[in-house]
Design a protein around this ligand. Structure first.
Ligand code: RUB
Length: 306
């Protein structure tokens, strides 16, 4: 039952698929694959199957509004359609999923094009964790002929920073890896900080890999501009109606496999960076202030608020 969905949810939970964009892409593709094989006999059964799939994927990682926005949008279009035949409903899922994937791809390119202009020649870029949106922007800057170097944190406990440094080295960019606690010492040497986002709240605060808010504080103190590089669809509309974004807490095993008895280990995957520490959000609509997030999203993706 829901084989493609279960498989994708497992890969997402275990971080085989990592980063908000890749999570949303994997979930959308899993939905496409699942509807191809649907055995639902009528509209009601098909909608039930879709809603179950959605719940399984949503629970794979809690702090992923991009995935939730994508799947809710796809499901809402199916629900709104008057079609009764399963084949036609499956076709709607397939084409809207495709449309979502294309929108996401378009946003990535636009963000890279805009953000690359902020990378000046001979500059030092500080980054944290692994954001495919950030690394794509840096690739674009490199293709545009800019010379720059990158400083990246390890990003404990799962070391996503190693993925970032490998990508940068493959690009031929001078790259330095530091331990997370060296952030303050190195943010001083950087011209700007670029980090990704998992979620953006209605107040313009940004949720990203644990440690991001500490880097933002250090950058503020060092007067190093701190930018968030993110698709607008990482906005979580439920935060507008009073909900707090949930911060996923991961297994203690990631930190210490055989810890002493009675030790308490906490492993939150993300933290919240207040908008006051964010110079700008580099998104597909341009470089915007976190204060204007609702207005910009409302103009571009009004369906998010439905
Ligand atoms: C990854 C992380 C990334 C964002 C943005 O955390 O915090 O900065 O997800 O990534 P994890 P992208 O490794 O726990 O998923 O720009 O690729 O969406």
């Amino acid at each position: 039952m829901q084989e493609a969905i279960q498989k994708a949810a497992m890969s997402i939970r275990r971080l085989k698929v990592q980063g908000a964009r890749n999570v949303a892409i994997a979930a959308t593709k899993a939905i496409q694959e699942q509807v191809k094989k649907t055995e639902a006999k009528d509209r009601n059964e098909f909608l039930r199957e879709l809603s179950e799939a959605q719940e399984i994927l949503f629970s794979s990682r809690e702090t992923e509004p991009l995935m939730r926005n994508a799947l809710r949008w796809i499901t809402s279009l199916v629900e709104k359609s008057a079609h009764k035949k399963v084949k036609e409903l499956a076709e709607i899922v397939f084409s809207t999923s495709q449309q979502f994937l294309e929108t996401l791809e378009g946003s990535k390119e636009k963000i890279a094009e805009i953000g690359a202009r902020r990378i000046k020649n001979d500059s030092v870029v500080f980054t944290h964790c692994h954001s495919s949106t950030v690394t794509h922007l840096l690739k674009r800057a490199k293709l545009d002929g800019r010379s720059f170097e990158v400083i990246c944190t390890e990003s404990r406990p799962v070391f996503q920073g190693r993925m970032t440094v490998k990508e940068m080295l493959a690009l031929g960019v001078k790259t330095t890896l530091i331990v997370d606690s060296a952030a303050r010492s190195f943010v001083n040497k950087a011209d700007l900080v670029l980090v990704g986002a998992d979620a953006i709240t209605s107040e313009g605060n940004v949720i990203n890999k644990i440690g991001t808010s500490m880097i933002a504080l250090a950058a503020h103190e060092a007067r190093t501009p701190f930018y968030v590089v993110s698709e607008l669809l990482k906005f979580d509309p439920t935060t507008m109606y009073g909900d707090f974004e949930k911060i996923e807490e991961r297994s203690a095993d990631e930190i210490w496999r055989e810890p002493p008895r009675d030790l308490i280990i906490r492993n939150p995957a993300f933290d919240v960076t207040r908008r006051d520490f964010i110079h700008g959000i580099i998104c597909e609509a341009g470089i915007i202030s976190p204060h204007s997030i609702i207005e910009v999203i409302n103009r571009r993706y009004p369906w998010v608020f439905e």
